[in-house]
Design a protein around this ligand. Structure first.
Ligand SMILES: C[S@@+](CC[C@H](N)C(=O)[O-])C[C@H]1O[C@@H](n2cnc3c(N)ncnc32)[C@H](O)[C@@H]1O
Length: 234
């Protein structure tokens, strides 16, 4: 992920909220732009600081999984296609990614995905009710490798407390990363949240529903590690 370090520094003396992303001016492919136009109205849910009725948003009751930062949506589309009985709410800030996932939705007729294009932290705070989610996926969140950027990492005690509150009892939180020190941070933070229980001794085996991404396959060939963490809400 590219970094544009100066992009969101506010003027000195102004309060500055630390976000987990920097908006990049990504190029939209024509297919993505067309998908935004064609499928956006049906599958995009506008951000609003008001609770979202998830069953109404998908037009049916049933299991609801939130995904934070779906990137280009490859895993989202594969998982949604493989489990049509579950509904997936994907949250992503990056417009080309939103276009790419809409394209996959259109091509695959994936009626069980909806997208909110907004900061997931605000979506959690304002749109998602307590104990409403059956699962949460956060795959390969930006690692922010430089020490002075660690504060931007998504997985911190305050956010994990928020996530735990949104899960139904028995619901799960599934994280994956290919950065060892971030994996260790994830394990420490999740283990420190008393409402969550680890499903494994430490790291979990990759469940069959999470597909290997292209870059993950390459990394594994090069001998790099990938760590999955799956905790459930008590
Ligand atoms: C490294 S990418 C991983 C994408 C994808 N999950 C994957 O496995 O390929 C992280 C993504 O999270 C998104 N992101 C980071 N912070 C976010 C936030 N607060 N709300 C929504 N999306 C966020 C970024 O825009 C980026 O697309």
């Amino acid at each position: 992920m590219q970094e544009h370090e100066a992009a969101d520094e506010s003027a000195p003396g102004h309060p500055r909220s630390v976000r987990s992303f920097v908006l990049r001016a990504g190029r939209m492919g024509t297919g993505q732009a067309r998908a935004l136009e064609e499928y956006g109205p049906r599958f995009l849910i506008p951000y609003s600081a008001a609770p979202l009725d998830l069953d109404a948003a998908f037009g049916r009751p049933g299991a609801k999984v939130l995904e934070i930062g779906f990137g280009m949506g490859d895993s989202t589309a594969t998982i949604a296609a493989g489990t049509p009985e579950t509904d997936y709410l994907g949250v992503e800030v990056h417009t080309p990614g939103v276009g790419a996932l809409l394209k996959r939705i259109g091509e695959g007729n994936l009626a069980n995905i909806r997208i909110v294009q907004h900061d997931a932290v605000e979506v959690l705070d304002h749109m998602i009710g307590d104990a409403t989610l059956d699962g949460i996926h956060i795959f390969f969140p930006d690692p922010w490798p430089k020490k002075r950027h660690h504060k931007r990492r998504l997985i911190q005690p305050a956010l994990v407390a928020k996530l735990a509150g949104k899960l139904k009892p028995g619901g799960y939180l599934h994280l994956a990363t290919d950065w060892q020190d971030y994996a260790e941070q994830m394990l420490a933070v999740l283990s420190g949240e008393r409402r969550l229980a680890n499903t494994a001794g430490d790291y979990a085996p990759r469940p069959a529903y999470r597909p290997l991404t292209k870059f993950e396959k390459r990394g594994l060939r090069l001998g790099h590690g990938v760590w999955d963490l799956i905790f459930t809400r008590l």
